[in-house]
Design a protein around this ligand. Structure first.
Ligand SMILES: NC(=O)c1ccc[n+]([C@@H]2O[C@H](COP(=O)([O-])OP(=O)(O)OC[C@H]3O[C@@H](n4cnc5c(N)ncnc54)[C@H](OP(=O)(O)O)[C@@H]3O)[C@@H](O)[C@H]2O)c1
Length: 249
């Protein structure tokens, strides 16, 4: 992987760069980062999933960004479309994290209002012995019977709101020890985080594909009144994919 910004370097290791970057969380909440992949024209899915946009370089950076987080949060639409499993880092990342006194893997939280989540999704059905289950965050509007069904395979947190807001989701993760939270989308959930002014860092992979079509952008539905100024902190390249890291100014 080649670094272009802040200074040209022929070969860098994303696994060293991303977790080591400076992140000073606001006093009252965790640091919030978003990571998404988009085509050169801004599409976020091909045939309903993001997999066709990336490649080996993207998977490397994706894991390096995951290695940064205490908690990964994904909205139910993404978890259903991408058939999410529990996050499992490569050994090198696990060793780095345990040496720093952190758990080897980040935990996964899923946000769902309906709790319409199939139990055969890998995050529920493919849990290794001793592995911590996912946390499902929902609101008081969800059906009690659906909560009970999920409690066999997940922790369920019911926020005292009909539909949890972005701020209360982040507060729930903070109560559970999060200092750095990574949102993996989807675009609609990212829009809520953006509207609430919670996004401190945006990591975006730009794939050299022209896709067209009706695909959503990486953040949609934001009602934020003013754009948030971001600073380009890091730009990497491999195989024509660009990996940009922006932080809030
Ligand atoms: N390119 C990328 O990097 C990338 C990353 C992620 C996703 N994607 C793509 O994006 C698409 C999915 O994104 P999307 O925008 O349609 O959906 P999404 O944001 O992933 O999920 C929407 C769903 O999440 C739940 N949800 C969201 N906010 C909630 C809240 N505040 N409280 C309770 N539940 C909440 C609801 O689930 P319930 O319906 O269960 O109530 C809602 O229907 C897929 O095609 C996926 O492949 C691409």
């Amino acid at each position: 992987v080649r670094q272009l910004i802040p200074a040209p370097v022929d070969a860098v290791d994303p696994l060293e760069l991303y977790p080591a970057a400076a992140r000073r969380a606001p006093v009252d909440r965790p640091w919030l980062m978003i990571n998404m992949i988009a085509s050169a024209d801004g599409a976020t899915e091909l045939g309903g999933v993001s997999g066709g946009l990336g490649g080996p370089a993207d998977r490397l950076v994706f894991r390096a960004i995951r290695a940064t987080a205490d908690w990964i949060v994904a909205a139910a639409g993404t978890v259903r479309a991408e058939r999410y499993g529990l996050p499992r880092l490569p050994d090198a990342a696990r060793e780095m994290r345990t040496a720093a006194g952190r758990p080897p893997d980040p935990r996964l939280a899923v946000v769902s209002g309906s709790l319409d989540l199939e139990l055969d999704l890998p995050l529920f059905a493919d849990q290794a012995p001793g592995e911590l289950p996912p946390l499902v965050i929902t609101g008081t509007g969800s059906a009690v019977a659906r909560r009970a069904r999920l409690e066999a395979v997940a922790e369920v947190a019911v926020i005292e709101e009909a539909r949890p807001t972005a701020g209360s989701i982040l507060a729930e993760l903070q109560r559970r020890g999060a200092s750095i939270v990574l949102s993996e989308g989807g675009p609609g959930f990212n829009g809520q985080l953006t509207s609430a002014g919670l996004v401190d860092e945006l990591c975006v992979s730009i794939s050299p594909l022209l896709v067209g079509g009706p695909s959503a952008r990486i953040v949609v539905g934001s009602t934020a009144v003013a754009p948030t100024a971001m600073r380009l902190d890091l730009l990497l390249e491999q195989d024509g994919l660009l990996f940009a890291r922006y932080v809030r100014q």
